[in-house]
Ligand binder design. Structure first.
Ligand code: SF4
Ligand code: SF4
Ligand code: SF4
Ligand code: FES
Length: 951
């Protein structure tokens, strides 16, 4: 259990090799140079009253409450803004200071509503605390003068209120929005007595630029900015440290509770990935965990047209096992398989893949990473020798040039996006490679030097053209390449990349990017100092996804931008545990730790540990499972926490494959789209009910802890163990930590990981091989040599995608996600986040809209060779002419009805980012949507019936 109130040191910690010794209230204290007197006092165990200072923000010096006396100096300087000096003698408690502080507090309190007993912040209010600390006993000025006590409340934000009557204008919120979040949504409007906090130009929070990260709410020392959940429930009485279950940033949170009711999620200051910051999803969008749509009891049915029947866990397991065994008896061992989920913990994923391999006796196991970052795994292991990003997030603080390709960090990875923006505001240069003008290209105090607005599908051409410039203009870092890379492979690559067909000029007509822009960006990347690459699904979800990953790795090696802070190749992982689900052996060709199933020694190790014979042949990937379902050889599927109907491309192909299966087992929180095709449904658990670990995009293994007991009465891994046992392979773990111990024994990169260690040290970054507490793994990879020894340059020939625009389908559709929602939206759609994004929309360039007579807000049909849907158009100059964009957060949109089955040549990762489409005005839903609506009515009826029965 963790304290609700953490110590606030008043100002941020400073790092310096120079130490300064001073004396505070007679106590000697030594601190790093640059430390404030306030923080030094705190380090010495002396608390100085404060209101405008907090240790997550730079000092501001406005409230004057922290005044101190310093021998030899005149006046009473603010201790928060005064840095320490050698030999300084400070007094924090004198009569003069006490009088001064009381005077300050009198002024604040004279303009403050005195409703402490009924205030939501009662017990968590710094103003209240300071009144006590300074010994305030009366207010000489009275309460009747001019004041702000009648100021209006702004309740427009779904998650927090702004009660201006309680504002002390300390500016902490404004500074949090600027310094921590980087949105600059708040200002102090007016001067002196008339000054007040204003979102935007006197707008409501909801209408302003605010992105609801919650940083201002956290920084506010009074009840002015307060979570609505706290107003509703009151103050928490205990907290549990856990990890956000949304994106791959992996933010640590204090789940603050009353009993087993979560009343607030507060980003944890000591969280390795987020250091006390959050985004709207992790901070506020956790209500889905207790949503009424959750299915609480196992259900079975004979046919997918039958109604569901609630049964006991044991009956559901026996039923599933019997049907799986019957399928295997008739069609062979390889006729069944499973899919693991990147939303589940490492331990849950591990047991499912073990169940498939050991109990089902097949390697037909794949994961949702197939459809997002599988090219990262392939590309980085080919070039560097390991399937993971090279840096920790902190590394970006040392970058001089940041190259963002096919990623939208401020929406997809918001907390890291804020960190990146901070570095950019401090002077780092930015290059963005993206067809869409993402926020980073132009946001407050951030402007990209170059935005290479390429045609979707030409990533390899652009990255090759950058490399061509570097090679032909003599910008290769020869000493790095000669010392660290395979010389033969480099020579081949150098000759290839120098060919004219890879030049920016030759490729300009394909990529749409002016050659001079490519050349200038290449020069900046190669010569601008520490240069780091961050990329996302805009790189991987292409027919040349793996080639682009390798082209990026080539760039980093050619310029020596690998193996130290500030540089590197960084895949921004989509889901919370994408890295972990891949690490845990979810791919059909790899056992945990990325070791090939055909490797006899590795297989033997697992066979000995698991007591079974394992198949040496790789199994089916997800798309192969669908194809084999169509040809009748694949007949049974276990799906863990994944909605493949909504998330995988070419929906019609996926649903017809599922319809043809004899047995589909789904484990999830909700009756998702895939459950419509299931015969057995096992209720899953939310992250608040889980015990285990997630691994984030920087390979950081974070603990996930139970904030509340399982609402369905079972831990999620119980199902895999029980099903394996019923299939004839006994599997049982007394505790979740036993699973991690087994993972550590069998996975070299996890050897030093255990729950005990994580509980002591917080988090570790794999590879972590030592058992000692000071081995917290590797923050930066490939420092001395690459994981594979010598770095390998790979030839990356640009091959245009098969998906071509035609007269019938003249536009290119590219897809992505937005801040408020997460993936298929199963969680965020069940929260107030829908206020920001109630439907998926189609962003279309003004020129393309005008040609089609489309006005902003019109309903339009979006059609490809695969299918059609209807959605609302939003005219936006973020899109270049010829390219349209949408998201896939709402199932009724059916964005993946449109996408094709084209996929990455190496990994089968779908080409979500390039689909030839046509857009036309329309006033009716597509045929697919009509069908969907019919099924949805039925699904809701079943869910409602189940909920009633469960209650
Ligand atoms: S809203 Fe809170 S943080 Fe912002 S100025 Fe007012 S009291 Fe300070
Ligand atoms: S919630 Fe975040 S973005 Fe909105 S005003 Fe507060 S700090 Fe700024
Ligand atoms: S969604 Fe991502 S950035 Fe937001 S709080 Fe969760 S882990 Fe952090
Ligand atoms: S805390 Fe130092 S001036 Fe406010």
């Amino acid at each position: 259990m963790t304290l609700i109130h953490e110590t606030d040191y008043g100002t941020p910690a400073r790092v310096s090799e120079t130490l300064v010794t001073l004396e505070i209230d007679g106590r000697a204290i030594t601190v790093p140079e640059g430390t404030s007197v306030m923080r030094a006092a705190m380090d010495a165990g002396i608390t100085v009253p404060k209101l405008c200072a907090t240790d997550s923000l730079e000092p501001f010096g406005s409230c004057r409450l922290c005044a101190v006396e310093i021998e030899g100096r005149r006046g009473t300087p603010a201790s928060c803004t005064t840095p320490v000096a050698p030999g300084m003698k400070v007094h924090t408690q004198t009569d003069k200071l006490a009088k001064l502080r009381r005077g300050v507090m009198e002024l604040y309190i004279s303009d403050h509503p005195l409703d402490c007993l009924t205030c939501a912040a009662n017990g968590d209010c710094e103003l209240q605390d300071m009144a006590g600390a300074v010994g305030l006993r009366n207010v000489r000025y009275g309460f009747e003068g001019e004041n702000h006590r009648a100021a209006a409340k702004d309740e427009s934000n779904p998650y927090f209120t702004f009660d201006a009557s309680k504002c002390i204008v300390c500016s902490r919120c404004v500074r949090a929005c600027q310094e921590t979040q980087g949105t600059f949504a708040l200002t102090i409007d007016g001067r002196g007595f008339a000054s007040s906090v204003s979102p935007g130009a006197k707008e409501s929070f909801m209408d302003s630029e605010c992105v609801s990260c919650g940083a201002c709410v956290q920084a506010c020392p009074t009840a002015t900015l307060t979570e609505k959940s706290i107003i509703e429930h009151g103050q928490p009485e205990h907290s549990v440290i856990t990890t956000c279950a949304y994106c791959g940033v992996g933010c640590s949170f204090k789940a603050e509770l009353q009993g087993t009711t979560v009343v607030r999620m507060t980003p944890w200051k000591d969280g390795g990935a987020n250091e006390g910051h959050s985004c709207v999803k992790g901070r506020f969008a956790w209500g889905y965990a207790t949503h009424k749509d959750r299915i609480m009891k196992p259900m079975v049915r004979e046919k997918i047209t039958d109604p569901w029947r609630e049964v006991s866990w044991e009956e559901a397991v026996a039923y599933a096992a019997e049907r799986l065994k019957a399928v295997q008896a008739k069609y062979g061992r390889g006729s069944i398989g499973g899919i693991t989920s990147s939303r589940c913990t490492n331990e849950e994923v591990y047991v499912v893949q073990k169940m498939i391999r050991a109990a089902f006796g097949t390697n037909n196991i794949d994961t949702c990473a197939r459809v997002c970052h599988s090219p990262t795994g392939y590309g980085l292991s080919q070039t560097f020798g390991t399937s993971a990003g090279t840096q920790d997030f902190k590394s970006v603080d040392k970058s001089d040039v940041i190259l963002v390709i096919g990623a939208n960090p401020t929406d997809g990875h918001p907390v890291f996006g804020s960190r990146m923006k901070k570095r950019l505001r401090a002077g780092a240069k930015l290059i963005v490679v993206d067809p869409r003008r993402i926020d980073l290209v132009r946001s407050p105090h951030v402007k990209a030097e170059y935005h290479l607005q390429l045609q979707p599908g030409t990533n390899v051409a652009v990255v090759n053209a950058i490399a061509h410039t570097i090679v032909t203009e003599g910008l290769v870092n020869r000493s790095f390449v000669e010392g660290r890379c395979d010389p033969k492979e480099f020579a081949k690559w150098e000759a290839f990349i120098a060919e004219h067909r890879n030049s920016p000029e030759y490729l300009e007509s394909r990529t749409g990017v002016p050659a001079d822009q490519v050349r200038a960006a290449a020069r900046l990347y190669a010569t601008g100092g520490n240069a780091a690459i961050y990329y996302g699904l805009g790189v991987t979800e292409h027919s040349q996804g793996s080639s682009t990953v390798m082209a990026i790795a080539n760039l980093a090696m050619a310029t020596g931008n690998i193996g130290r802070e500030g540089v590197g190749v960084n895949p921004l992982r989509g889901q919370n545990n994408v890295q972990g689900s891949c690490d845990m052996g979810s791919f059909p060709h790899e056992l945990p730790g990325y070791r090939h199933v055909s490797d006899d020694i590795v297989r033997q190790e697992f066979e000995t540990a698991w007591g079974v014979t394992l198949d040496p042949e790789p199994g089916l990937r997800i798309p192969n499972m669908f194809d084999s379902a169509h040809d009748g050889s694949f007949r049974g599927l276990f799906v863990q926490g994944e909605d493949i109907v909504q998330s995988d491309p070419n929906t019609n192909h996926v649903t017809s494959a599922l319809e043809s299966l004899d047995i589909v087992i789904v484990q999830d929180l909700f009756l998702n789209e895939t459950a419509a095709f299931a015969h057995v449904f096992f209720p899953g658990t939310s992250f608040l009910e889980k015990d285990g670990t997630f691994t984030n995009a920087e390979r950081r293994i974070n603990r996930v802890r139970k904030a509340m007991p399982s609402k369905v009465g079972k831990d999620e891994h119980w199902v895999a163990c029980a099903l394996a046992t019923a299939m004839g392979y006994p599997m049982h773990y007394e505790t979740t930590s036993e699973i991690m111990d087994e993972i550590a024994r069998l996975t070299p990169t996890f050897r030093g990981v255990s729950f005990e260690k994580l509980d002591r040290v917080g988090s570790v970054q794999w590879p972590c091989t030592g058992f000692e507490d000071d081995d917290t793994g590797m923050a930066i990879m490939h420092e001395e040599s690459f994981a594979r020894g010598l770095g390998r340059f790979v030839i990356t020939e640009y091959v245009p995608t098969d998906e071509r625009t035609t007269r019938m389908y003249p536009l290119v559709l590219t897809t992505g996600r937005i801040l408020a929602h997460y993936n298929v939206g199963a969680q965020t759609r069940r929260t107030a986040n829908v206020a920001w994004h109630p439907e998926d929309v189609l962003e279309i360039n003004p020129v393309d809209a005008e040609i089609r007579g489309v006005k902003d807000g019109d309903m339009v049909s979006l059609a490809s060779r695969m299918g059609a849907t209807t959605l609302r158009a939003v005219i936006s100059d973020r899109m270049p002419a010829g390219v349209v964009y949408t998201t896939f957060h709402h199932p009724v949109t059916g964005a993946n009805v449109i996408t094709t089955e084209n996929s990455d040549w190496a990994t089968n990762c779908p080409e979500y980012k390039v689909t030839a489409v046509q857009v036309a005005r329309s006033n009716q839903p597509s045929d697919w949507q009509v069908d969907y609506a019919k099924n949805d009515v039925e699904r809701k009826r079943i869910a409602a019936a189940n909920v009633i029965a469960a209650e």
